[in-house]
Design a protein around this ligand. Structure first.
Ligand SMILES: NC(=O)c1ccc[n+]([C@@H]2O[C@H](COP(=O)([O-])OP(=O)(O)OC[C@H]3O[C@@H](n4cnc5c(N)ncnc54)[C@H](O)[C@@H]3O)[C@@H](O)[C@H]2O)c1
Length: 309
């Protein structure tokens, strides 16, 4: 590996990096020079990811443990420091889905998703940021959101709560960690992985990818839907010294498309002297009804040639 690689000498943890997007992030961080702590729930999957990175000339170590509990966060940071001597970058990527409509969602469906995504992000970032502050490392915290957290999605109460919560925490951490020179950003990815392979709308793109062919331009360009590798470059860039001035952002990436998400802003501000009583609102609610905001993501209709049965 060249001594001029941008992440030379840096050490990263990527949660849920045995496969999918997390593995692509870990591979790209290693290609750019970082040593990587791979984490997943399954020992064999994590070990395979380490072997893949080592075969490409990178350095990696596996930690098989479920994120969520504080003990796992502590184990991840301890492994980074004991194996590679320090910690510069944390990517909180581990995730699961338990999709179903609100009235069928069990307590377990809700708790499982919140525990892995939201609590797992909180415990890992708390541990990593504490180490970085104590050791005066101007580190990088990169958390993974979703279009669902930004706009809502049918059948994803638990996931929407977790992903919106992650972006809210990132904004808070950008404030709290600024003085220490640690950046905190959210990446909103879209890519063909095990998580999206079963969505019928994406079938033609997943099919092309599995056949080793480029995905149709409609997916890459119009939908911002591509491969895991299309997302990985942004993760490595945000981890680099070049991105020192980027913090508190939510950045969408997928296929050929990159987007900067706005943070929620009031679109209308109206005043009523003495406050807004029920009667005032009943007399005139047009400030709201004239400015209703949309919910959910709007997908364009699939072109005929990309329709699958
Ligand atoms: N694929 C997409 O288009 C997309 C879109 C938006 C957000 N995301 C987010 O990106 C992340 C990765 O998604 P993916 O599509 O690669 O999914 P994936 O299912 O292919 O990979 C997720 C990985 O996390 C691991 N994991 C699950 N629970 C874990 C736990 N408790 N501790 C450690 N590892 C655990 C899984 O074993 C798996 O290897 C998730 O946070 C997901 O919500 C993905």
């Amino acid at each position: 590996m060249s001594s001029l690689s941008p992440l030379d000498g840096k050490v990263a943890i990527v949660t849920g990096s045995g496969r999918g997007l997390g593995l692509a992030y870990a591979q790209e961080l290693a290609r750019q020079g970082a040593a990587v702590v791979i984490n997943d729930i399954d020992q064999a999957t994590a070990a395979e990811a380490v072997a893949t990175i080592e075969a490409e000339g990178g350095r990696a170590v596996a930690v098989a443990a479920p994120v969520g509990p504080t003990e796992t966060a502590q184990l991840l940071v301890r492994t980074a420091v004991e194996t590679f001597g320090r910690l510069d970058i944390l990517v909180t990527n581990a995730g699961v889905l338990r999709d179903t409509v609100l009235w069928k969602m069990s307590d377990d469906d809700f708790d499982t998703v919140i525990n892995v995504h939201l609590r797992g992000t909180f415990t890992c970032v708390r541990e990593a940021a504490s180490w970085m502050r104590a050791n005066e490392v101007a580190g990088r915290i990169i958390c993974i959101g979703s279009p669902t957290g930004q706009r809502g999605n049918f059948g994803q109460t638990n996931y929407a709560a977790a992903k919106a919560g992650i972006v809210g925490m990132v904004r808070t951490w950008a404030l709290e960690l600024k003085k220490a020179g640690i950046t905190a950003n959210a990446v909103i990815p879209v890519a063909a992985t095990a998580m999206t392979a079963t969505v019928p709308y994406f079938a033609a793109a997943v099919e092309a990818d599995a056949a080793g062919e480029p995905m149709p331009a409609f997916f890459r360009h119009d939908l911002g839907f591509g491969t895991s590798d299309d997302v990985a470059g942004l993760i490595a860039y945000l981890a680099s010294d070049d991105a020192a001035g980027v913090t508190g952002q939510a950045i969408g990436i997928g296929g050929d498309r990159l987007q900067v998400w706005s943070h929620p802003e009031p679109v209308v501000t109206a005043y009523h002297d003495g406050g807004w009583s029920f009667d005032d609102l009943a007399a005139d609610f047009t400030e709201v009804t004239d400015n209703l905001q949309s919910v959910g993501e709007k997908f364009p209709p699939l072109p005929d040639e990309l329709q699958r049965p």
